[in-house]
Design a protein around this ligand. Structure first.
Ligand code: SF4
Length: 340
């Protein structure tokens, strides 16, 4: 399709003269009649808040390790779908053709109206969970809830890979139907986060805590962008922030791949990724991972107490899972995660 299909959206409050305040993300757009929000995928049409994100631009099955979610049923698979749109405008986004819809030249609409029943049927046939990823799933609470209607009776878990830039109302709306979320913490300070994403950091940290309080499993990702977000003092600040919430929360250090407006930048060096792991460990984080660039050691889960290897991973798959009922076979320490 070359144009989106607009459908009624949740979390809009009308407040006179045809205006609607969108309460989905902290950008808090106050939309006049006919106006589209800064995400480009929600609009006020005839006094009704509408969304373009009840759509699917991609649907394929991949490993849960790719989300990345390392402490959620290792070795299982995810039917991943995405609708165009994002609340951030990161210069390095590898999915910019989808995520930056409506913002930059060459980002036309891709996708067709989503069929939640068909997506869940396919997930059941593939023995897979359903994941919303690549773009910002927080812009698709309506689709998430519709998927849940079909997924919950079939015990198909719903997963998100999100930037976490959501209001408390939005988190409360979707948390009851989500099993796990990987949330990006992309900057160490408000100024750095705004420079990188165009948005505030505090709401992201608040969303991490709110999802966890609601019982959703949360892992964190941080892209290490040379000269922008890979300084050791920046990584130390992020790891302290995570440790302050829960030192058992997994932290994924993502290697930056040159792309989009940063296509000429250098990729993250393996040395810097290894230094990031040390910084995380020094801050008290028990589970710090690097998917690529540091070989199997970067992807391995060890018991924080007795160092027994618990999960051995290839780049995008689990090779060996040694946990017994979610505990270490060496010392019986419970390991945080959704293992069954
Ligand atoms: S979701 Fe979109 S329309 Fe709503 S507040 Fe955020 S940027 Fe604005």
């Amino acid at each position: 399709m070359t144009a989106p299909t607009w459908t009624p959206a949740l979390l809009g409050t009308a407040h006179g003269e045809g205006r609607i305040r969108c309460e989905l993300c902290p950008h808090a757009c106050d939309l006049r009649e006919g106006q589209t929000g800064s995400c480009r995928v929600r609009r006020n049409r005839d006094g009704v808040l509408e969304t373009a994100t009840f759509a699917s631009a991609v649907a394929h099955v991949d490993a849960i390790e790719r989300k990345p979610l390392y402490h959620v049923r290792p070795g299982t698979r995810v039917l991943t779908t995405a609708a165009p749109g994002c609340t951030f405008r990161c210069d390095y986004c590898v999915n910019h053709r989808l995520s930056q819809y409506g913002r930059t030249g060459g980002t036309g609409w891709v996708g067709a109206p989503a069929d939640p029943a068909a997506l869940v049927s396919r997930a059941i046939a593939e023995k897979a969970a359903i994941g919303l990823s690549y773009t910002e799933p927080g812009l698709a609470p309506e689709l998430t809830l519709a998927l849940a209607e079909h997924a919950a009776p079939a015990a198909v878990p719903l997963l998100w890979k999100s930037n976490g830039f959501l209001t408390a109302q939005a988190v409360d709306l979707v948390a009851p139907v989500l099993d796990a979320v990987n949330i990006d913490i992309k900057g160490a300070s408000e100024a750095e986060h705004r420079r990188l994403t165009g948005a505030a950091l505090r709401p992201v940290l608040d969303a991490v805590e709110r999802f966890r309080a609601a019982g959703v499993w949360v892992e964190i990702s941080t892209p290490l962008i040379p000269g922008v977000s890979d300084e050791l003092h920046q990584l130390a600040a992020i790891s302290r922030e995570i440790a302050g919430i829960d030192p058992g929360m997994p932290w994924h250090l993502l290697r930056f791949t040159p792309d989009f407006r940063m296509a000429r930048a250098a990729p993250t060096t393996p040395d810097r990724l290894a230094a990031g792991v040390r910084v995380g460990n020094e801050a008290g984080l028990a589970f710090v991972y690097v998917e690529r660039a540091l070989d199997a050691a970067g992807r391995r889960t060890r018991c924080p107490d007795c160092t027994t290897v618990l999960v051995e991973r290839g780049i995008w798959e689990t090779r060996e899972l040694r946990l017994i009922g979610g505990t270490c076979p060496g010392c019986a320490r419970p390991i945080p995660g959704r293992w069954e």
